[in-house]
Design a protein. Structure first.
Lengths: 169, 428
């Protein structure tokens, strides 16, 4: 196994373990940590044995871990955006580890891509979370975003319509 | 290019769906937010999937290289869409990629090329690490679709082969064949004819060229005398490369040395316009009749580079030697003398009047030291048998010398030539 593959596999497992360990274990939420832990174990074994399905198993286990913890009356830790960030980073690094086994990869590009994707996803999750809270609180923000989306969608449809009928332009 | 979904796509789609389902089950939006984001990522990746048509080829590959030299190979990439970031694995076995231009080396012989254009060119500077005849491996282009949801791969095979010649050693002296042939060359023939080397004087005969008259001698002798001269001719040289060793053992390096010496001799004798032939004794006994010219030289080198250690069929070997090595050829046998059959072959060539010389490859460094007294005794007996074999060859007038492991190539050649010179003097 190439050094890049080994490093990215180790990083993926490390982040997975960190995410599992950071989950609260009080009031029955330890069950969530257990599910996440099983996922981390599967990921480690899969990366060692070269089974790419382990990436899916780990991602599913982490989402289930989040679902179990959020169903219980405990504070969510780490926050939602951080969980999204870590899940994407784990998937990206684990996938890169498999890719690096078939051909050499540029490690810098690999890290930039993983971090970039993770930041975008966690940003999206955070914005959606804020929107959701706003909708619950007053609904003003949701209306504003809804109107903005309507305007953008309308503009896009008009643009496509005019491009497809040049004689009317 | 062939597209294959990555583990990333499967993970995002499955985790996204599980997140949405789990959110419904537990009645909390948290998992739905993450699931939705992951699904969105996967959908964006799926929507942005394109499978470009690509071609990759290596240009300017020298058909013949020399071990340790530096060569430039050009890699051309063409696609019907902007190339983006691609990893190109170039199958250059037995070559070190020393530097690249137009692409970044990311490991082994894999280049990372980032280009917004549809065409890209990269220069790969390579240095062959070992001799041999090989075919360049396929060029494999790896790329990713948008967000890395699909792995795109394109494999292009390369036609043709590369011959890497061993590093050239300088030979200060060469073996001169005892007999020459009828072609013009650089060797002074023992025969008389038109040439520049003075041979003898004789009385003028009707039909002699008046320009050959030696006026000084004629005036003293009061009759016409003419100069006789030795013509310059070339010689036929046949190299007999013995590659019979037990495969998978340390003794394989003996074959490597034989081939290196043969390549050095071929190049050196080729520069002196000798006609060169080759007999390689490995699994297949192949021979090339003595000849000259660029195509002959290339053919000889290609056969030499195709030598692999193997078991020799001696009947076939004898036929090959008889066909390729005929008088007036000089045969230089490059052998480890591990098989007495070869000694027998050399004997029979000598008995038929051939001019044979033997360069024996030293095998001692490849042998593990004896571990007990019995093995030590066995080794001593084996050495004595080999010495006897050498003595027998030498007693029949076959020059033989051992090429020691650390010695340069010109040392055994110089020793052989010295032997041959003293032998000729002794014979008068």
């Amino acid at each position: 196994m190439a050094a890049t593959a080994r490093l990215s596999a180790a990083l993926a497992v490390l982040l997975d373990v960190a995410l599992v360990l950071s989950v609260p274990t009080s009031k029955g939420s330890g069950l969530g940590a257990l599910v996440g832990g099983v996922g981390a174990l599967l990921l480690a074994a899969g990366l060692f044995l070269g089974i790419s399905a382990s990436v899916t198993a780990a991602a599913v286990a982490l989402v289930l871990q989040l679902a179990i913890v959020s169903a219980l009356p405990v504070a969510l830790s780490p926050p939602l955006w951080a969980q999204a960030l870590l899940i994407v980073l784990i998937v990206e690094f684990a996938t890169a580890s498999f890719a690096a086994r078939s051909h050499p990869l540029d490690p810098v590009l690999l890290v930039v891509r993983a971090v970039g994707t993770a930041i975008v996803v966690s940003g999206v999750v955070q914005v959606m979370d804020l929107l959701l809270e706003g909708a619950v609180a007053s609904g003003v923000l949701v209306r504003a975003v809804g109107v903005a989306a309507l305007i953008v969608a309308g503009g896009w449809v008009t643009l496509i319509w005019r491009r497809s009928n040049p004689s009317d332009a | 290019m062939r597209a294959r979904p990555t583990a990333r796509l499967r993970a995002y789609v499955t985790a996204g769906l599980v997140g949405l389902g789990a959110a419904l089950a537990v009645g909390d939006p948290g998992p739905a937010l993450i699931g939705g984001a992951l699904l969105g990522l996967a959908i964006a990746g799926l929507a942005g999937r394109v499978t470009p048509t690509m071609s990759a080829r290596l240009d300017q590959i020298p058909s013949s290289m020399v071990e340790g030299g530096e060569y430039r190979i050009t890699l051309q990439l063409e696609s019907d869409r902007p190339l983006g970031s691609v990893y190109v694995e170039v199958g250059l076995d037995g070559m070190d990629v020393t530097s690249t231009e137009g692409g970044r080396l990311v490991g082994g012989s894999t280049l990372f090329i980032g280009s917004k254009d549809r065409v890209a060119e990269a220069v790969i500077n390579v240095s062959p690490t070992g001799w041999g005849r090989s075919e360049p491996g396929p060029i494999t282009v790896h790329s990713d679709s948008l967000l890395g949801m699909f792995h795109l791969r394109h494999i292009e095979n390369h036609n043709g082969h590369i011959v890497v010649l061993p590093e050239e050693s300088t030979l200060k002296r060469l073996l001169s064949p005892l007999e020459t042939n009828l072609h013009v060359g650089e060797l002074v023939s023992t025969r008389r004819g038109s040439g520049s080397e003075f041979a003898d004087l004789r009385p003028y005969q009707h039909g002699d060229d008046p320009r050959a008259i030696n006026w000084r001698v004629s005036s003293r002798a009061r009759s016409l005398w003419v100069n006789e001269r030795h013509p310059e001719r070339n010689g036929d040289i046949v190299l007999l490369v013995d590659a019979q060793v037990e495969s998978g053992t340390n003794t394989e390096f003996v074959v490597d040395r034989s081939v290196r010496m043969a390549a050095t001799l071929l190049r050196a004798h080729g520069k002196h316009h000798h006609r060169l032939g080759l007999v390689t004794l490995d699994g297949f006994c192949r021979w090339i009749y003595p000849g000259m010219g660029e195509s002959h030289r290339r053919r000889t080198m290609e056969q030499l580079m195709a030598v692999t250690p193997g078991k020799v069929m001696w009947e076939a070997a004898e036929r090959a030697v008889v066909r390729a090595a005929r008088r007036p050829a000089m045969v230089i046998a490059l052998t480890s003398l591990l098989d007495p059959n070869l000694a027998g072959l050399i004997h029979s060539m000598r008995r038929s009047g051939m001019d044979v010389s033997v360069i024996e490859m030293d095998v001692e460094p490849a042998l593990s030291p004896p571990t007990d007294e019995a093995r030590s005794l066995g080794r001593r007996i084996w050495r004595m048998e080999r010495e006897r074999l050498r003595d027998r060859l030498a007693s029949e007038g076959i020059p033989i010398t051992i090429w020691g492991a650390g010695e340069p190539a010109d040392v055994p050649v110089a020793r052989l030539e010295q032997w041959r010179t003293s032998w000729r003097r002794r014979l008068g």
